[in-house]
Design a protein around this ligand. Structure first.
Ligand SMILES: CC(C)=CCC[C@@H](C)[C@H]1CC[C@H]2C3=C(CC[C@]12C)[C@@]1(C)CC[C@H](O)C[C@@H]1CC3
Ligand SMILES: C[S@@+](CC[C@H](N)C(=O)[O-])C[C@H]1O[C@@H](n2cnc3c(N)ncnc32)[C@H](O)[C@@H]1O
Length: 377
């Protein structure tokens, strides 16, 4: 066994062991706040420290290099500490979407997923890979709608366990399977999948060529890969301190080692062999309701009464309320140490995402549809 492989398996075992210590054995039964307050307190302290170790306010090259090198542990720790908050505030699909007039929040989220399935041309009976699958919300929706078999890949053990638990709960275990793995070094055979998709996940890669080349390898010739990529737009200027501050807020609060631009992503797809069929920034349109509205305090955009609770949790005041409650719970020892640091980081994420969205410096929905040629060029 090569030393890289040994390192990978040691890391894997350690992460799995740590997940048990932190979240306990009965993962799935609890979610959101209930799961959050039942964490092992000392493990949670360690998880927060691991996540914040690299995001210490430093934006110099050296700090960036460290974040890129430690991408696996960095994101693993990030999702260990934010998953319960995400579920509490956003549901079981961890991504943004466009909002149409009269459509409620969860319908809009589902439509965004199905649009990607449509663009990837997923058909009944296809074997599909979901790269960076979260707790399985999108895979459930896409499997139900298309009749495809979806395998979700994720390097966070807690999320993998939750996704499998949910698949059983919704009686979709015949169509869904969630596995632990790093998308930079996948364990699937070459040419395994008919289609591959990724939703707001590949931005966690230290280098886009790394994850895209793995996707290319495991996709069958003629197969399609569709992705909602998180990128900085062509308005972004890395040498502008204000732009860099916004990008850093997004990086720190969202556990991303480095935000890349849309051009970097498109070139990376091409350089690994893909033919890019479509590159469309879905945020760059005249939608009446902006994609980032739940993170603002703009009540006017709420479409249905059923959105009130979600909007309260995601809006500025709702977030301040959550942070206060978490601080109080931490003070009296109900919540694990470091929890307030996590909500503060999420606050930074929200501020950076809205600022980036408003200035059109950032998009969470750069849609690329790319195909793997039938024959090698
Ligand atoms: C990290 C990546 C690549 C994608 C995740 C996108 C979104 C689902 C999240 C980005 C910022 C998150 C925040 C929350 C939910 C999930 C996000 C919108 C909260 C609203 C969850 C509840 C907390 O109290 C506040 C959070 C603010 C940020
Ligand atoms: C923002 S979440 C999106 C999840 C899912 N696509 C959704 O829309 O609900 C990003 C996901 O990418 C996963 N991820 C990040 N880095 C990864 C890596 N190196 N290998 C596999 N999965 C990774 C995270 O664990 C998380 O599940």
């Amino acid at each position: 066994m090569s030393s890289t492989l040994e390192d990978t398996s040691t890391l894997r075992q350690r992460q799995a062991q740590f997940t048990k210590e932190l979240h306990g054995e009965d993962i799935g039964a609890k979610s959101g706040f209930a799961a959050f307050i039942s964490k092992n307190k000392s493990a949670q302290k360690e998880a927060v420290a691991k996540y914040l170790k690299h995001w210490d306010g430093k934006t110099d090259q050296e700090a960036e290099k460290r974040r890129l090198e430690d991408y696996n542990e960095g994101t693993h720790s990030y999702y260990n500490v934010v998953t319960d908050f995400y579920e509490y505030g956003w549901g079981s699909s961890f991504h943004f979407c466009r909002f149409y007039k009269g459509e409620n929040f969860y319908a809009a989220v589902a439509r965004h997923e199905l649009y990607l399935a449509y663009k990837s041309n997923i058909q009944e009976g296809d074997l599909v890979l979901d790269v960076g699958c979260g707790v399985g919300g999108p895979a459930r929706e896409i499997a139900r709608f298309t009749g495809a078999h979806v395998i979700g890949l994720n390097n966070n053990d807690y999320q993998v366990a939750k996704a499998n638990w949910n698949a059983k709960k919704y009686r979709l275990e015949d169509q869904l399977e969630f596995v632990k793995g790093d998308f930079m070094q996948m364990e699937f055979q070459d040419a395994t999948f008919d289609k591959v998709y990724a939703i707001e996940a590949t931005c966690h890669a230290p280098k886009l060529e790394g994850v895209y080349s793995e996707i290319y390898r495991v996709l069958k010739p003629g197969g399609t890969f569709a992705v909602y990529e998180w990128v900085m737009t062509d308005k972004y200027d890395e040498s502008n301190p204000e732009h860099r501050r916004i990008a850093y807020e997004i990086e720190v609060g969202d556990g991303i080692p480095k935000m890349f631009t849309a051009d970097v992503a498109r070139n990376a797809l091409k350089s690994v062999g893909f033919e890019v069929q479509l590159a469309d920034d879905l945020a760059d349109n005249n939608d009446e309701i902006p994609w980032y509205y739940p993170l603002t305090g703009d009540w006017k955009y709420i479409q249905t009464l059923s959105d009130l609770a979600t909007f309260f949790r995601t809006s500025y005041f709702g977030r301040k309320f959550t942070t206060f409650m978490v601080w109080l719970m931490e003070l009296v020892g109900i919540a694990p140490k470091g929890s307030t640091q996590v909500t503060n980081a999420l606050e930074e994420a929200a501020v950076g995402l809205v600022a980036g969205g408003r200035a059109k410096l950032f998009t969470p929905m750069m849609l690329f549809v790319a195909t793997k040629p039938q024959k090698k060029k």
